[in-house]
Design a protein around this ligand. Structure first.
Ligand code: ACO
Length: 323
């Protein structure tokens, strides 16, 4: 009898401060019209000075635990997907473990930039399916505003801060009743590092650095790679991609999402989009969008859901699950 990794609950957290496109137009030469037309973004949330990535992650984790009906003591694995850790070490997951008061098990970070949550979910699913851990917190959390160059209009208008979390629980297949993570697909092409990277780091500059992106080149790569991942993950599971109930994309750009929908002949109504109010929150965007759709009643238990993402590396991937 195999063990399935079932989503027992999810939660999200967005910092209180909202930065609109008009606010940004006071910092750089841009406009609300340009940002909305090119990206679909209207506003994003920015963490307070004293809010760290781990604080956002803890709030999302607490909401996910409450939704699942579990206490921190019930968790034995924490994986945090982040590009903006509190410290170089220890991992943000270790800090989250301490703040939540989880006493047992393992905790580590995963770094795959905007694909981080797909990488983290896939990793947690494998640990749970192996029986090594029983209940995992899988968190995507970012204070991306801290690595933006606020003089570069090509990048600073795109990103926001936030966190989202899943509680993944191991269940015997019969008990799971078809629910749980079904399949995942992870890819990286390190040859494309120059398209999207941070120009600093511990071992190179001893600084944090700032996001550098050749946006139009990333855009050109995005639709094909994301579509490839979504098609593969569905076909490999024997699922017709048009039969999925919901697509929860990484929220990088509304035009990329529309391009994928068109290429795969999906319906725009199948897609969960939060980009207008949140921007690109990197590893947090997929669980934040998923939780919003669970919260407003769109994603229901038993629905077939396809997650996808692409980010620095380049990395890209997809995951298929039954809610
Ligand atoms: N406001 C006004 N004008 C701008 C802005 C801005 N904020 N930013 C760029 N422009 C200008 C450029 O300077 C350029 O002007 P020029 O023609 O005079 O040289 C013009 O707009 C067009 O620039 P492009 O970069 O070609 O614009 P594009 O239509 O490609 O849109 C964007 C830019 C929104 C960044 C788009 O390329 C995009 O979304 N790329 C993908 C981003 C992404 O998916 N990232 C991956 C995930 S992020 C992660 O992994 C961390």
């Amino acid at each position: 009898m195999s063990i399935k990794a079932v989503i027992a609950g999810c939660g999200g957290y967005l910092p209180a401060t909202v930065m609109t496109n008009d606010d940004l137009s006071k910092l750089v030469d841009t406009s609300d019209e340009w940002i909305r037309e090119r990206t679909g973004i209207r506003e994003r949330h920015i963490a307070a000075e004293d809010e760290k990535t781990s604080d956002l992650a803890v709030k999302a984790a607490e909401a996910a635990l409450a939704a699942a009906g579990y206490a921190p003591q019930d968790i034995d694995l924490i994986i945090v997907a982040t590009t903006t850790p509190d410290l170089t070490f220890p991992s943000t997951a270790a800090i989250v473990q301490a703040k939540l008061g989880v006493a047992a098990g393992a905790a580590f970070d995963i770094q795959a930039v905007c694909t981080g949550f797909i990488y983290a979910l896939s990793t947690a699913e494998k640990f749970i399916a192996s029986g090594q851990y029983k209940r995992a917190l899988v968190i995507g959390a970012e204070t991306f505003s801290r690595i933006l160059d606020w003089t570069d209009r090509g990048t600073c208008v795109l990103f926001g801060d936030g966190a989202g979390a899943f509680v993944l629980e191991g269940m015997e297949e019969a008990e799971a009743g078809g629910r749980g993570v079904i399949n995942s697909y992870l890819r990286c092409d390190g040859q494309l590092v120059d398209l999207l990277y941070v120009d600093g780091g511990v071992s190179s500059t001893q600084t944090t650095g700032h996001v550098r992106m050749q946006g139009n080149k990333v855009f050109r790569e995005a639709v094909n790679r994301i579509s490839e991942a979504m098609e593969w993950v569905a076909a490999d599971a024997g699922v017709d991609i048009r039969s999925v109930d919901w697509v929860v994309p990484h929220q990088a750009n509304e035009r990329i999402i529309r391009g994928v929908v068109k290429k795969l002949d999906l319906e725009p109504e199948q897609v969960i989009s939060t980009i207008a109010g949140q921007g690109n929150t990197s590893a947090a965007s997929i669980p934040l969008a998923y939780c919003q759709a669970v919260g407003d009643g769109r994603i229901k238990p038993g629905d077939l859901v396809l997650l996808e993402g692409m980010g620095g590396g380049l990395t890209w991937g997809a995951a298929l699950l039954r809610a």
